[in-house]
Design a protein around this ligand. Structure first.
Ligand code: PLP
Length: 397
């Protein structure tokens, strides 16, 4: 990559180049190629003058592990490069990232607009935990109704894009404009999209959050979360991280950094497999309905076409049968394991009714849209033909 005018203007590096080289600093300690793991809980000062220089802002360095770590900082720079963000703060899990972000942006009396389709724990955090501290909220079923739910006391709008499990896609620029007019912050959980499929900050999001446990780390071996956005907003979140303590461990940061280098390659395969699967499922007589944003039948297909460069690795669908028939299908699958996560190299499958919503009865689940016959399939990086063939075989055809 040269800046040579004669050979044309330098293009912005693509997602795979950013995943490999983005945020890297040179030289590294001992001239290492790969970021070393800095295993230290605290950092020393040569003398009191060095301490005072740091406190006076004359030097920039680490002080204590809860406030920062070089390996964690390396991950934060790479995620910033991928998201096109000024800054990123990394956490010990996606929920630590979301919880710390919302606590940093809200106070008692503030109102949150939240897309109803989304990760259950995020809804519990807003409606339950934050509700106990005087935060109000409106749960919006239809993505097109989000902008109208923003009122004078709204301080934060929280959406997933695509959402979990129905893969709803929202009109980010439209919602961002309405949020800005109300001086509310738009927080977008882009776990399902990844920066390969969606750069939400470029469409008006104030902050983007990831359960980095999923696609960013990509190997189902580590829990992590990130928050990215403008430097002042991320500073606010990072300061509260230093108080609440949900910081990412340096070992875990190393695993996410390592996983990230193949993010674009993995997501390319996962997009392709999920699309092939969605198309095959839509034609199958034992499947009642398929939810995948690249399909014209998806209610948000138009917004998906405008915003997403790939529709992601998750396909959600309804088996034409009851809870037992759906479980029998799941149990006939040979490639995906039954587990509550997504985005990693191994394909995973779950029946949301029996995983995240097990303790609710069937009628209550149905009333909140969690049908007994619903299946969420997360494509891994296995061969597309093998994954689609396995699903068709389990369906009986
Ligand atoms: N956001 C979404 C969309 C998720 O699916 C999840 C977890 O499943 C989370 C956040 C929470 O992330 P973590 O499990 O890393 O805390």
């Amino acid at each position: 990559m040269t800046d040579d005018g004669e050979r044309g203007a330098r293009r912005e590096p693509g997602p795979s180049t950013r995943a490999v080289h983005g945020g890297e600093r040179w030289p590294k300690a001992d001239d290492a190629l790969v970021e070393p793991v800095a295993l230290t809980a605290t950092y020393t000062f040569a003398d009191t003058a060095a301490l005072v220089d740091f406190k006076e802002g004359r030097t920039s360095r680490e002080e204590y592990g809860r406030y920062g770590n070089p390996t964690v900082a390396a991950l934060e720079r790479k995620v910033s490069a991928l998201e096109g963000a000024e800054d990123t703060a990394a956490f010990g899990s996606g929920m630590a990232a979301i919880g710390t972000t919302l606590l940093a942006l809200l106070k008692s009396g503030g109102h949150v607009v939240l897309l109803a389709d989304g990760y259950r724990r995020t809804r519990q955090l807003v409606a339950g935990t934050l509700g106990r501290y005087g935060v109000e909220h409106t749960l919006v079923e239809d993505p097109r109704a989000i902008a109208d739910a923003i009122g004078p006391s709204t301080r934060v709008v929280v959406v997933e894009c695509p959402s979990n499990p129905y893969l709803r896609v929202v009109d980010l620029p439209g919602i961002a404009a309405r949020a800005r007019a109300a001086r509310a912050r738009l927080v977008v959980d882009v776990t399902f999209a990844t920066p390969v499929n969606l750069r939400a900050l470029g469409h008006g999001a104030d902050l983007v959050v990831h359960s980095a446990t999923k696609y960013l780390a990509g190997h189902n071996d580590v829990l992590a979360g990130t928050v990215s956005g403008s430097a002042p907003l991320v500073s606010l979140v990072r300061e509260l991280r230093g108080v609440l303590g949900g910081v990412l461990d340096p070992h875990a940061a190393f695993l996410v950094l390592r996983g990230l280098k193949t993010l674009a390659l993995r997501v390319e395969r996962q997009n392709a497999t999920a699309l092939a699967l969605a198309l095959a499922l839509e034609r199958h007589p034992r499947v009642r309905r398929v939810w995948y944003p690249a399909l014209e039948s998806h209610p948000d297909h138009d917004d998906a076409r405008k915003l997403l460069s790939g529709a992601g690795g998750v396909v959600t669908f309804e088996i034409d049968g009851d809870v037992a028939a759906t479980s029998a299908f799941v149990d006939r699958l040979r490639i995906p394991r039954i587990a509550p996560s997504l985005g990693g190299v191994e394909s995973l499958v779950e029946q949301p009714a029996l995983m995240s919503y097990y303790e609710l009865d069937s009628a209550t689940r149905e009333s909140i849209g969690m049908k007994d016959c619903l299946v969420r399939f997360s494509a891994g990086v296995e061969d597309t033909e093998d994954v689609v063939g396995d699903v068709l075989h389990a369906l009986g055809g």
